[in-house]
Design a protein around this ligand. Structure first.
Ligand code: ATP
Length: 294
C-alpha cells in the first residue's frame, strides 16, 4: 500500500487462481453497470468480490436496509451515499459480518474473511480510552497474523511503523491513542488498514471532521488502494467528492435507489428520491422525507 510495505506477502499467493465464476440474479442486475472506470480486472492477484442478494438487515422492529441486491465487483471503488439513517453503516456492518442479515445473503469470494476484509468504522464509535500506544493500535491491523493475544513480533512493529510513516504519524508512534486529535486518529485508522493489507476495504465516513490537507492525503491513499486492485467501499456524504473521485455509487434510502456508474446514479431525480438535495446547478425542488422504517 501507499509508501508502506505491501503487507502479508503470502496473501497474493493464497488468492491466486481464485476467480469467481458465479453469475446469479444479483450479478446480472448490477454488475455490468458497476464496473468502474479503471476496469474491473483486479491487479496484484486481488479478487475480493462481494455479492449482496436480497439483503434485509434490521434492529428489533426497525428495518435499516431492505431488499438490497447487487455486486461490488473485484477492484471497484464504490461510494455509498444516502441521507442520515439511510442504512449505509448498517450495510457496511453486514458486509463486515458485524450484524447478521434478517433475510438474504452476502457472499464474499476471492478473499479470506475476516482476515482479508478491513473495516474502518466511524471514529466516534471507537473507545479511545483503551490504554494502547499508537504503534500498538496500528499493529492490531496484523491481528490475523499474530492472533489477538500474541506478542507483536518485530516484523509487524516495523510494518506498523512504516504504515505510520505513510500517513505522517510516525512521530507520534509512542503516544497513547487517547491523546490523538480527531485528524491524527483518522490517520492512525488508515495506518491500521495499511497493515491489514486486505483485499476488501470498507471505510465509514473516513474523511469526516478532518482538515482539507488530511482529507486530501487520505483520499489519495484510498485511491492508491483502488489502483492496487483492492475492492473499496466508502460511506460518505460529500457529493462533490463522490462525483469527482468515485467511479461507482450505491445510492441508498433503506432500499437501493440507484447502483452503478456515479454519473448515472446521482441524477437530481434519484437524489431527491433518496431524500438528498440535488447537486449545485441541478433542479432541486422539494426534499421528501426519508421513507419511514417499518
Ligand atoms: N444499534 C442500533 N439499534 C437500533 N437502531 C439502529 C442501530 N443502528 C442504526 N439504527 C437505525 O438503523 C437505521 C440506519 O442507520 P445507519 O446508521 O445504518 O444509517 P447511516 O446511513 O449510516 O446514517 P448516518 O449517515 O447518519 O451515519 C436508522 O434508522 C438508525 O436509527
Amino acid at each position: 500500500m501507499s509508501g508502506a510495505p505491501s503487507g502479508a506477502p503470502n496473501l497474493a499467493d493464497r488468492r491466486r487462481g481464485r476467480k469467481d465464476r458465479r453469475h446469479g440474479p444479483a450479478e446480472r442486475m448490477s454488475e455490468a453497470s458497476n464496473r468502474d472506470a479503471a476496469g474491473s480486472q483486479p491487479r496484484n492477484g486481488r479478487h475480493g468480490r462481494v455479492t449482496v442478494r436480497d439483503l434485509t438487515v434490521g434492529y428489533r422492529e426497525r428495518v435499516a436496509v431492505e431488499a438490497v441486491s447487487g455486486v461490488f465487483v473485484a477492484g471497484s471503488l464504490t461510494a455509498i451515499v444516502g441521507a442520515n439513517g439511510a442504512g449505509k453503516t448498517t450495510l457496511l456492518h453486514a458486509i463486515a459480518g458485524l450484524i447478521a442479515p434478517r433475510h438474504g445473503s452476502i457472499e464474499i469470494t476471492g478473499a479470506e474473511v475476516p482476515a482479508d476484509l478491513a473495516y474502518l468504522p466511524q471514529s466516534d464509535s471507537i473507545d479511545r480510552d483503551f490504554p494502547i500506544s499508537v504503534l500498538e493500535f496500528t499493529a492490531l491491523g496484523g491481528w490475523a497474523r499474530i492472533g489477538v493475544l500474541g506478542r507483536v513480533p518485530m516484523e509487524l512493529r516495523l510494518h506498523a511503523m512504516s504504515a505510520l510513516q505513510a500517513v505522517g504519524l510516525d512521530d507520534l508512534a509512542g503516544r497513547m491513542l487517547g491523546e490523538l486529535s480527531v485528524g491524527q486518529f483518522r490517520r492512525a485508522l488508515f495506518a491500521r488498514v495499511i497493515v491489514q493489507d486486505a483485499a476488501i476495504v470498507l471505510l465509514d465516513e473516513p474523511f469526516a471532521g478532518v482538515d482539507a490537507a488530511t482529507s486530501d492525503e487520505l483520499l489519495r491513499l484510498m485511491q492508491h488502494w483502488h489502483g492496487e486492485g483492492r475492492t473499496v467501499m466508502v460511506a460518505l456524504h460529500d457529493l462533490d467528492q463522490v462525483l469527482a473521485i468515485f467511479p461507482a455509487t450505491l445510492l441508498l434510502a433503506r432500499k437501493v435507489i440507484a447502483w452503478g456508474e456515479t454519473v448515472t446514479a446521482l441524477t437530481p431525480e434519484k437524489l431527491l428520491e433518496a431524500g438528498l438535495a440535488a447537486l449545485p446547478g441541478t433542479r432541486a425542488r422539494s426534499r421528501p422525507a426519508m421513507p419511514s422504517s417499518r
